[in-house]
Design a protein around this ligand. Sequence first.
Ligand code: S3P
Length: 448
Amino acid sequence: MYSSRMTTIQKARRVRGCVRLPGDKSISHRAGLIAALAEGETDITGFATSEDCHSTLQCLRALGVRIEINGTHVRVHGAETEASVFRAPARKLDCGNSGSTMRMLAGILAWQSFTATMTGDASLSARPMTRIITPLAQMGARIEARDGRAPLIITGRALLRAISYELPVASAQVKSAVLLAGLGGDGRTEVIESIAPTRDHTERMLRLFGASIGVKRRADEDDKGDVISIDGGAKLYARPCCIPGDVSSAAFLIAAAVMLDDSELRIEAVGLNPTRTQFIRTLQMLGADITIENQREESGEPVGDIIARGRGRLPAAQGSRGIIRGAEIANLIDELPMLAVLATHVTGGLVVREAKELRVKETDRIRAVVENLRRMNADVEEYTDGFAIRCESGLRGAHLKSYADHRIAMAFSVAALTASGETRIDGAECVAVSFPNFYELLASIIEH
Ligand code: S3P
């Protein structure tokens, strides 16, 4: 876990180099969870070093799954014959800071024939869980919570009712919880994305392991998402899994390269799933010099190298291009703190709306972004569902807080590289939640 030490960062001249990043957090969670349900041994290479993904592995171990961890190589011993390998845990399942662990594992616990309790740290215990409790209860699981929040006490039901569920929020975690529960359903479970499409790693990973997954584009609404279905009782089989670099971690380094003139950075073997790359598309649309090379597919996911170059401030966004909203939001949700900082580098700034989900992340990310950017001299307006940010005179070094949120700490570390003077960030060690070697890697590419 992280302490509350302070990190001091000076303005940088540029970044240069070629790097590889730790494995994708979202894909690693799914690989671990789905491998545990599959018959045979799954070898996962490039497993994320993030604390969050290790929370998932520790929960699985507490449920009786045998897992060998050797650096980023993880071997999961799945079911031998029956679909369920899990046994009642002797202790509470500690999900740490990880919403993905709690919400997706809940979908699996919903069809185990025992009771288990899931807990989390202070941040996770404050996050909304009704969004998974509602569909899983409709399927027949019993879930007790305190005011819709963790700890969650889940009593599964061996055969769940297959349901058709329309997502009330654009959330891949909720979609995944219902699909994973659908594996234990008595027929075909359907999830309807009615707000916006979200990351589809669960669908891809389940298909890789042999589940029967259907994906239908919604004929009525073009950018609202898909109808995804899964057949209950499907047998899953172990598959080797190779996890690509985390594109959400890459976003911080891409932003540093774009914001620091004369930079050139190559990031190799990054996951380029289109449901995750809206940040890159948005930056390109704003005029940033970002190119992709060596595109290929690995373990059912698109992968490639990203080259980002710094060419000074970005020109003013024309018309509605300066307003980020709608379906784009779900596909750059984790990158919005970084985009907020980048807005200070865009002539005329940027506006982000329809992003109220940011208020229920690891911290209230709208508040955190607004407060830190104001401390750095940016011109900021806060909305209930977003912010408007501009800064024509450049960021100033300041004393900032991480709000114990890894993405806030990293976004503002990059801001600090572009700001005059010195910036101090309290509690920056929380970067370990998704990117433990963030500061070492940054130091290796910075030139002062
Ligand atoms: C994630 C989905 C997103 C994202 C989170 C990881 C996932 O959360 O913010 O960091 O792996 O499915 P929501 O599903 O709550 O939007």
